[in-house]
Design a protein around this ligand. Structure first.
Ligand SMILES: Cc1cc2nc3c(=O)[nH]c(=O)nc-3n(C[C@H](O)[C@H](O)[C@H](O)COP(=O)(O)OP(=O)(O)OC[C@H]3O[C@@H](n4cnc5c(N)ncnc54)[C@H](O)[C@@H]3O)c2cc1C
Length: 457
């Protein structure tokens, strides 16, 4: 263990962080979903209030088109809100769940926008007694703001296609990410046709104002939290690389120095997005968890080679400037419901658990799985923390095969006899978590007490 590391191993629970002392609004993920649902119900109520009767096939089609259009517009604003990196959402819902909601919401938006387009074209062509093709041409070229609206819709469709799982797997993460940013252009293009043509907004100035407020509010949150806050924080805290140390084959720790880093309020278990201002790394900001609690002048991440970005970190020079975004993530002590906790990690998934292991109060057990003994990164530190806390660490490796322990309910219960009474913090590769989740459930751990951090967004 280095001198830097030794200074960190301290008794848990004695330090109140900036975030623990300040006021923090609390909202459960279910509460947030309920609020989103109430918003959607209000949108339907707006249509209901403006509609006296629905008559004939064209009436049904056009009104179904209006509802799907209104809902698509509302869902688009919510989709952007979910990725605006609003602290209360990041903390209470967690980045991985927000990413899942965003992906699911994206499917709703594309389906609703497609249904809206088809229903309106069909409804208008029945009313005008024209063919669908000539009605489409009329709608696109003769109605105000419709050329922009059509372009926005086509961009949405394109993004929907590249985001489909099969297409995304074949694409570099960065390519997908930059294509995905075209969503902002699509939203901008599609916005004005909603107000120019939406019967509900033409008839009701109040609804129009509320729609503007929704979009301007979400836009302001995006600009503030995604762009201005990271710039302000990076300028204020001036983070830069202090030192790189090798932890195990293919794994390095990056020590970061800066000005009053503890005032960022980062909690063990959280992560930042890191943009290293070094050749080839300027254009990507990748997420890495803190692998130790933050000190006033120091932070640390521990990274395993997975591709270009993570591999390049081993070659960073001390003094390299960093821009960061964060702290993010809900994988913290705040999630905990019982006094006992099991930290169950595998591979580089040990990083957030290492930080939690040092700081979490109460009775802890750590199980750390790796392929080979030499892959157990940060082992010296974990042993030192375990000794300081008087707690147990179980190292499990697949090799040599005679020492391998399967990840089953029975094996877990052997290591942690009263497992059902624990909260479990789980972080590891997708295959390991897919095995661990049913094993934990079988061992009697309720779903609400299993807290999972995924390294896949
Ligand atoms: C919340 C979170 C915390 C993480 N913490 C750690 C950690 O402490 N240590 C560690 O070694 N790894 C961590 N990861 C994983 C790490 O971010 C990726 O392995 C790394 O970004 C891969 O980038 P690459 O260019 O080296 O590899 P690539 O070959 O470019 O990417 C490999 C895979 O990593 C994912 N990925 C790549 N870039 C990003 C990005 N900008 N955002 C999200 N996912 C991306 C994609 O699924 C991609 O398919 C974390 C991931 C997340 C989401």
């Amino acid at each position: 263990m280095t001198a830097i590391e030794r200074s960190r191993v301290r008794r848990p629970g004695h330090r109140r962080t900036h975030q623990q002392t300040g006021f923090r609004p609390r909202l459960s993920p279910e509460g947030i979903l309920t609020l989103i649902g109430v918003g959607a119900a209000s949108v339907i109520a707006l249509w209901w209030q403006d509609t006296e009767s629905v008559v004939g096939l064209d009436g049904w089609l056009t009104n179904a088109g209006r509802i799907t259009g209104l809902l698509a517009g509302y869902a688009t604003a919510i989709l952007l809100l979910l990725v605006a990196r609003v602290p209360v959402l990041e903390r209470e819902v967690g980045a991985d769940r927000l990413a899942r909601w965003h992906a699911m919401g994206g499917r709703y938006v594309v389906s609703l926008a497609l249904a809206h387009t088809l229903l309106i074209i069909w409804g208008y062509s029945v009313t005008a007694r024209t063919g669908v093709v000539s009605q489409t041409v009329t709608l696109v070229f003769d109605y105000p703001e419709m050329i922009k609206g059509t372009l926005g819709f086509l961009i949405f469709l394109g993004i929907g296609v590249v985001s489909a799982r099969a297409a995304r797997r074949r694409m570099r993460y960065e390519t997908w990410y930059y294509l995905h940013l075209c969503t902002y252009l699509a939203v901008f293009l599609a916005f004005s046709h909603q107000l120019a043509l939406g019967a509900d907004f033409v008839a009701q100035p109040l609804a129009r104002t509320a729609w503007y407020a929704l979009y301007i509010g979400v836009g302001a949150l995006l600009v503030w939290y995604r762009f201005l806050t990271p710039i302000r924080r990076s300028l204020r805290h001036r983070p830069q690389v202090a030192q790189i140390t090798r932890e195990s084959p293919g794994v390095v720790s990056v020590y970061v120095t800066g000005h009053q880093l503890d005032e960022l309020g980062a909690e063990p278990g959280q992560f930042f997005r890191w943009r290293f201002l070094a050749p080839g790394l300027w254009w990507t900001a990748n997420p890495y968890s803190l692998s130790a609690p933050v000190l006033p002048g120091q932070m640390r991440i521990t990274v395993k080679e997975a591709g270009g970005h993570s591999r390049a970190l081993a070659t960073l020079r001390p003094g390299t400037r960093i821009w960061f975004e964060g702290p993010y993530g809900a994988f913290t002590q705040a999630r905990r419901r019982s006094r006992k906790a099991l930290l169950l990690g595998a591979g580089v998934g040990i990083t957030p658990l290492r930080a939690l292991f040092e700081t979490m109060p109460g009775e802890l057990t750590l199980i750390y799985r790796a392929r080979r003994p030499e892959d157990l990164a940060l082992r010296g530190e974990l042993d030192a923390i375990a000794a300081a806390r008087g707690t147990a660490v179980h190292y499990v490796t697949d090799q040599p095969a005679r020492h391998a322990v399967p990840l089953t309910a029975e094996a877990l219960r052997r290591m942690v006899p009263d497992l059902a009474a624990h909260d479990v913090y789980l972080c590891g590769p997708p295959g390991m978590t897919a095995t661990a989740l049913p094993a934990l459930r079988e061992a009697g751990v309720p779903r609400r007490r299993i807290h999972h951090e995924s390294f896949e967004l």
